[in-house]
Write a protein that binds this ligand. Structure first.
Ligand code: SF4
Length: 398
């Protein structure tokens, strides 16, 4: 059984095919697409690690030093492959945004933080049960003056979760399980997310029963993954996350699109797939157009047959027969009228013969007069009679 992480489980939930490529086939993405948001997040995390490593040795870095460090590692790590999707913004906007987040954190949290840092980027590993192991990394594990352990996570994203979302978060709850396994005095654990773009912290706590539920839900998910592996069923699940997926060049949902995206026009027109898709689209729209025209024609033929009092219309090498019949329908299942009809038929004592409420059998029963006049009228009222015209085309010899 492999060791699971929150990210491995999330990858399966987000796209089973990506899970297969990454964790089972161990394929390397063709190109590592690093979004500017992820780039900024990494630099922020590194800055915090640097800041607290020094604090662990009783060295307090100044605000200016911290900003300088952020700037230095931003420049050192910058590469041309960093993707900026939001076209209204450039790298400098994100850099300034990052500096603002460092400033927010330093002023609000760091200078007021009297907790003891126990570990930074701490690797945790615990047994979920049934031989399933989970691992992860805690950004910072600290202990407050009152003895409460604090699992802290830095978030640089532009989305602030609701309290409900935080209370349902899986990742930090996993870390709480690991901390309580590893530290016997960790009776109380607080989960803290530093949403630095909003200059806000979000907190949550978990009861033992909630952690038990989480373990059970995770084991169920692991079983689902094992089943997918047994049957080798890993469907592609397209989403906004595809923009950052390095497997688009082999993913069936994107492969052709990637192949033809930058093809020269003449090569594009000659591609087999392009030709098939284009032809299909052309015929499909013609078929739709034809269907609409046929419907109009059908109505005109019906009107002509009615006006002229004919049932057969002769055309060149063809004949069209027009038949109008009465169709009796019973009310649809689960409707109030259907229930009323069932009750009425049951009261007549004929339910055994008519329980499937077949319109033709009901019609026969009505015509044979087995129901009393009042009941027959009530049943007839519930059954709808409509006119139905059928048009049939026959080809004839010239
Ligand atoms: S491109 Fe999208 S659908 Fe395809 S594997 Fe990646 S995440 Fe899944």
């Amino acid at each position: 059984m492999p060791v699971f992480s929150h990210s491995r489980l999330s990858t399966f939930e987000n796209c089973p095919l990506k899970y297969k490529y990454h964790y089972l086939d161990k394929l390397s993405p063709e190109e590592e697409l690093e979004g500017i948001e992820a780039f900024l997040g990494s630099r922020f995390h590194e800055t915090m690690e640097w800041l607290y490593r020094a604090k662990k040795l009783s060295k307090i870095r100044s605000f200016e030093e911290t900003l300088d460090y952020f700037t230095k590692i931003w420049k050192e790590n910058w590469h041309e492959g960093v993707q900026i999707v939001k076209k209204d913004f450039d790298a400098r906007d994100y850099f300034n945004h990052g500096r603002k987040m460092v400033e927010n954190y330093y002023d609000r949290v760091f200078v007021n933080d009297d907790s003891t840092t126990i570990a930074l980027e701490k690797l945790v590993l615990f047994d979920l049960g049934e031989g399933v192991k989970v691992r992860g990394f805690i950004d910072r594990l600290s202990q407050a003056k009152d003895g409460v352990y604090e699992v802290r996570d830095y978030k640089t994203s532009g989305y602030l979760p609701t309290q409900k979302e935080a209370d349902e978060d899986r990742q930090l709850a996993f870390y709480q399980i690991a901390v309580q396994n590893d530290y016997k005095d960790a009776k109380k654990v607080k989960l803290v997310w530093h949403y630095v773009a909003f200059d806000k912290d979000v907190q949550s706590t978990r009861k033992r029963a909630e952690l038990r539920q989480l373990k059970a839900a995770t084991l169920a998910l692991v079983k689902k993954i094992s089943k997918a592996e047994e049957k080798s069923v890993f469907p592609a699940k397209k989403s906004a996350l595809c923009d950052w997926c390095g497997f688009r060049n082999i993913c069936p949902a994107w492969k052709h699109l990637i192949k033809v995206e930058f093809m020269p026009e003449n090569q594009f027109a000659q591609d087999n797939g392009v030709q098939l898709a284009t032809k299909y689209a052309e015929l499909y729209s013609k078929q739709k157009e034809l269907q609409e025209k046929l419907e109009e024609l059908k109505q005109a033929i019906e009107a002509y047959a009615k006006k002229e009092g004919v049932e057969v219309i002769v055309g060149k090498d063809c004949r069209i027969s027009v038949k109008t019949t009465e169709a009796t329908r019973i009310p649809p299942k689960n409707s109030v009228q259907r229930q009323e009809l069932e009750e009425l038929v049951k009261k007549t004592g004929k339910w055994l013969q008519l329980s499937d409420l077949s319109p033709s059998l009901l019609k026969q029963a009505l015509e044979s007069g087995v129901f009393g006049d009042k009941t027959a009228q009530a049943i007839q009222k519930l059954m709808q009679t409509t006119q139905q015209t059928t048009i049939r085309l026959t080809k004839t010899e010239e």
